[in-house]
Design a protein around this ligand. Sequence first.
Ligand code: GDP
Ligand code: MG
Length: 827
Amino acid sequence: MRLSELQTGHKAYIIKVNGSGAFRKRILEMGFVRGQEVRSILNAPLKDPIKYEIMEYEVSLRRSEAVLVEICMLAADIGKSGAADDDLLSIEEYEGNGAEHHIHHNSTQHQQVKNIRVALVGNPNAGKTSIFNLASGAHEHVGNYSGVTVNSKEGTLKHNGYTFTLVDLPGTYSLSAYTPEELFVRKHILGEEPDVLINVVSASALERNLYLTTELIDLEAPMVIALNMYDEMEQSGRTFDHKTFSALINTPIVPTVGKRGEGIPQLLEKVISVYQETEHEHVLIPYGRVLEKSIGIMEREIENSVTASLNMPLRYFCIKLLEGDKEMEDRLSGLQDNMPIFARRDKERAYIEKLLREDPESAFTNARYGFIAGGLKQTLTEKTQLADKTKLIDTLVTHKYLGFPFFFIFLWLMFEATFRLGGYPMAWIEWLVAQLGNLFRGNMAEGPLKDLIVDGIIGGVGGVIVFLPNIVILYLFIAFMEDSGYMARAAFIMDKVMHKMGLHGKSFIPLIMGFGCNVPAIMATRTIESRSSRMITMFIVPFMSCSARLPVYILFVSAFFPSMASLILLGLYAVGILIAAFTARMFRKTLFREDDTPFVMELPPYRMPTLKSVFTHMWDRSRQYLQKMGGAILIGSIIIWFLGYFPRDKEREARYEAQIAEIEMQHNTGAMGADERESLTAVIAHNRNTEHQENSYIGTIGKFMEPVMRPLGFDWKISVSLLSGMAAKEIVISTMGVLYTGDSEDQQSLKERLQGETYDDGTPVFTPLVIAGFLLFVLIYFPCIATIIAIKEEAHSWRWALFSVFYSTGLAWLVAFLVYQVGSLFV
Ligand code: GDP
Ligand code: MG
């Protein structure tokens, strides 16, 4: 029987996990091992994915993934006892094996140095960041490691005369080489060699959390366990004899309550004492007769070879080789005489498979869980209190009928707060920027420097900080969603829809936020773990028509089709969504074939996030936005300003100056009335602006591009407006204002001019086909440089950012081309 067939509310036992690669490995590590009890809790409102309970925590699987898990229902012959295979060691056998302890000598003399480098390792949602934030206070900085889109934070603190350098590593369930996070954590431990590891273990899902611990034990890293969420364990009425368990694995365990900071001083004390130990007896995880024999054989095989370069315990290396770990295989390929070792390894793998009737990967996972189960059997008591607020909340938020409305109300609130509420501070910022501009305008001598400062720099800085309120508010919500556990539920209910586009349930939120502004939306893709899904989401966010494009639509719709305004607007938004869906599917089939992480997603218990953690999260993001994007956006805005401002034609300027002087003179001598002076000056300003725009670099580029834009029915003025829209979409309108009316502000006369604009032969420029093509072009081509820079920052690559520019602009051209050319056949 398959897990997907298990009816809601029923329980069964796992026989075997089929499938391959990342999915299989992940699901095994998350506890889907032979003999485990699993219960089907509920279906998502769209019947897919399904929520299961295993090892006392909740996880969601897609139906297509659950099919790969073989189960059997409660039957007398295959019960829990069936799992007590003689290869899964029980605690008694472990005792017998205990003679195998070995001594690890710590060669470096720590005593003089007073700086301890500590890394926090643990499952997602175990409370690492909470402990990190409380321990390090405000002294942290966010490190970003190029190449991988994985973040780790570093902070320092002082305690008892020691300085601690804390690193908050990304959450992982294990240390295999399947996800970027896992590789990153393993590299950090092996490469940076922190003096002491703090393994943060959630007491609420002890069994699964300890899986990572067994891997860390194999790594023989000096370690202290923080038994976090201790308050939740106490509330549930169960007890855990952590002293005995600590003796069993010979690793100190300190109960903590991460969000209140309880137990942290004790934790640091233990870190100091582990640090001061010069030698430490490391426990070996017993893997059972068959596996131990293979490990032994491999150890002997490799010992003959060069092993000094490994910088990890030989036993660990052998275990990983036997498991088929890709990275370790690469390391082995680098060693001399690796052929016989590979041959031996393959032989041992075949041997394990034959004897244990399961592949080595599951055999090792089973043995680790067997060890944990053995240890917990004696130390952990059953739950007595059934205080399940999580189940209660989940019946509402993942309810068949109520789940979606609840989610959409939440989204609506988030959207309104981000963009409507955020609109006020945005207006204040714009006002402040304008005041600052006026201050300089009034107090500086005329000239390019003044224009650079006022229009280029102040305008550019304004362009950076106007987004800040949106980002701050959006991140307040996202931090709340992530910390409380609701984010996982939102992904859970949206997954089926998003999966149809080849995406993950978590892609939905960035896409929705894209309707407000693409920049924070692209920053929000960080919550998506799978790299391929995150990249695809980043590329399609720009097709969500952001609010800056709205004024352009409104101008044209109200000038030309006032009666069909809402229909056209709706159509544009819908086309954007369709293009996004089409792009996502196409990219999934071509550029990002593999889905690197499956949808095995933990649904953590609901927890009330602390204000402090939400604010730290929000503050981090805002600061990153300013630090990393601010500079680039500013430079981009200045470049575009520069292209529009230069070259200055002295002769032309002098001619206009002379005309104005002439009028002034006539006015002063009384030959001209004030009204006439006014209107003549306006005409001159108009001619001056238009002529300048036309001859500026942007104007030149626009004219140069005209042959490319001709097939779309666009004249050079339209091209120039689209070009200057690179800075921000609103600028399309102000450029059109200058080009058509000489005044960037006056929308009423712009409308009239657009309606009346004709070519030399009298045919109108703006035919319905041109307008349709133009609006679609504005919808599809990339929204602004800030978005492109956000993509660059999040994808860590200029290549992908440029790719997005070319893809969206190319597609915009193609669509406008088809509309104009095909349309011309019929009209
Ligand atoms: P991380 O994913 O390991 O970094 O986990 P976080 O530090 O983000 O914590 C996840 C959630 O658990 C947050 O809502 C925290 O406020 C909460 N939390 C952290 N430590 C504790 C604790 O000891 N007890 C309880 N009840 N909640 C905690
Ligand atoms: Mg964290």
